[in-house]
Design a protein around this ligand. Structure first.
Ligand code: ADP
Length: 372
C-alpha cells in the first residue's frame, strides 16, 4: 500500500535522448494505474525509474511521501513483473515463488506460509510441486506474479506482462489481474501499448507520447473528453475518424463540411472555446456515433457515401468509405439490421451531440469538459 508522486520527473539517456520529459503524476494508494502509449514513448523508462532500476535525471519521486530518488531498488518495497518473466526451469513452482525470500535468508516456515498464501490467491495450490515446463502459459504467468506477491510489496509494477500470451488468454488474464488487484489492495502500475488493455484495467490511465504525459484520467473521461487529437485517436477502437472542417459563426456557431452547414446543438456550443467568426478545425467522429441517416433526426449531419469495404461481424456492421474531407478511410459502426454491400451508395449520418472539435493548428480540444 502506497501513494506515489512524480514531480517533473525526467530521464535523459546518453546522447541526449529525452526519454521522459517533466512527468507529473499523483498516484493514490491502492489505485490501478496504467501507462499507455505507442512504443518508445517512455512508459518502461518511467516504470524503471519508479523501481529504482534506472537513475532519475531530473525531478523528484516520492513513495509514501518520502523522497526516494537515490534510494536503492531493494529498499523501495516494490515488486516488478516483466514481459519476459524467466522462471527457473529446474525448480518447482514452490521454489520459484520462494526464491527471493530464500536469498534473503527468511526462515523456511515463513517462506512456506507466504508461498502457500500467494498460491491460494492465484489458484496455484495444485501445481506447487510441478516444474514450469509442465504448466500452461497462463499458469506460468501466475507463478511470475506469485514470485512478486510473496515479497508483499507496497507497489506492484507490471511491464507488459501479458504480451507473450495468446489473445484469448490475455483477455482472461486481464480479468484475473483486476481481481488480484482488488484482493491485494495494493497500488498497481501497469505498462502496455494496448489501449483496450488500458481501458479495461485502469482506474486511471496515463497516456504518453514522445516522453510527454498527454493526459492522466479515468477511462471514461479519456473517451469523453480527450485533451487533444492524439488522445482522441489513441483511445477507442476502431479509432476516432478525423475530418477537415470549419466552424462558422452566423448567428450561432455552425459546422461546415463539404457543401453542408449545420448549427451546433447547445450541448456542444455551450462548451465551445471559440471567439472568432471562422476557424479551420479537425472534426472527430467515433465509429459508434454513425447511423443510417434518418431525416427525422434533426441533430444528425448527413453524408452520402460509397462503401469501399463492409465487414459484417454479427453484432455490428463496419462500413468503410473515403471522404474528400479526410486523409484516411472513414469507418462507421452501424446496426446490422440493414444489409450493406461493397460499392453501395448509402446515406449515413453522425449525431452532432457526440462530435469532438480540435484546433487545426494546436490539435488541442476546443471543448470544455462535458459532465459525465
Ligand atoms: P516504451 O516503454 O514506451 O516503449 P521506453 O521507455 O523503453 O519506451 O523508451 C523511451 C525512449 O528511450 C525510446 O526512444 C528508447 O529508444 C530510449 N531508450 C530506452 N532505453 C535506453 C537506453 N538504455 N539508452 C538510450 N536510450 C534508451
Amino acid at each position: 500500500m502506497a501513494n506515489l508522486v512524480l514531480k517533473d520527473v525526467s530521464k535523459i539517456y546518453d546522447g541526449d535522448v529525452k526519454a521522459v520529459n517533466n512527468m507529473n503524476l499523483d498516484i493514490k494508494d491502492k489505485e490501478f494505474i496504467v501507462f499507455v502509449g505507442p512504443s518508445g514513448c517512455g512508459k518502461s523508462t518511467t516504470l524503471r525509474m519508479i523501481a529504482g532500476l534506472e537513475s532519475i535525471s531530473g525531478g523528484e519521486l516520492f513513495i509514501d511521501d518520502k523522497l526516494v530518488n537515490t534510494l536503492p531498488s531493494k529498499n523501495r518495497d516494490i515488486s516488478m513483473v516483466f514481459q519476459n518473466y524467466a522462471l527457473y526451469p529446474h525448480m518447482t513452482v514452490r521454489d520459484n515463488m520462494g526464491f527471493a525470500l530464500k536469498m534473503k535468508k527468511e526462515p523456511k516456515a515463513q517462506i512456506k506460509q507466504k508461498v502457500d498464501a500467494a498460491a491460494e490467491i492465484l489458484e496455484l495450490g495444485k501445481y506447487l510441486d510441478r516444474k514450469p515446463g509442465a504448466l500452461s502459459g497462463g499458469q506460468r504467468q501466475r507463478v511470475a506474479l506469485g514470485r512478486a506477491m510473496v515479497r508483499n510489496p507496497k507497489v506492484f509494477l507490471l511491464d507488459e506482462p501479458l504480451s507473450n500470451l495468446d489473445a484469448k488468454l490475455r483477455v482472461t488474464m486481464r480479468t484475473e489481474l483486476v481481481k488480484l488487484h482488488r484482493k491485494l489492495e495494493t497500488t498497481f502500475i501497469y505498462v502496455t501499448h494496448d489501449q483496450t488493455e488500458a481501458m479495461t484495467m485502469g482506474d486511471r490511465i496515463a497516456v504518453m507520447r514522445d516522453g510527454v504525459l498527454e493526459q492522466f484520467d479515468t477511462p471514461r473521461n479519456l473517451y469523453k473528453n480527450p485533451n487533444n487529437l492524439f488522445v482522441g485517436q489513441f483511445i477507442g477502437s476502431p479509432q476516432m475518424n478525423i475530418f477537415r472542417a470549419k466552424l462558422i459563426r452566423e448567428g450561432g456557431v455552425h459546422l461546415y463540411m463539404g457543401d453542408r452547414k449545420m448549427l451546433l446543438p447547445s450541448s456542444v456550443s455551450d462548451r465551445l472555446d471559440f471567439k472568432g467568426s471562422e476557424k479551420d478545425i479537425y472534426l472527430g467522429v467515433r465509429p459508434e456515433h454513425f447511423n443510417f441517416y434518418d431525416v427525422n433526426n434533426q441533430q444528425d449531419f448527413p453524408l452520402e457515401i460509397k462503401t469501399s469495404n463492409v465487414e459484417q461481424v454479427g453484432s455490428d456492421t463496419y462500413v468503410y468509405f473515403n471522404s474528400v474531407n479526410a486523409e484516411k478511410d472513414i469507418v462507421a459502426r452501424l446496426s446490422p439490421t440493414e444489409e450493406v454491400f461493397v460499392d453501395d451508395v448509402i446515406e449515413v449520418s453522425f449525431n452532432l451531440e457526440n462530435i469532438y472539435l480540435f484546433d487545426f493548428d494546436t490539435e488541442e480540444t476546443m471543448l470544455r469538459e462535458e459532465g459525465l
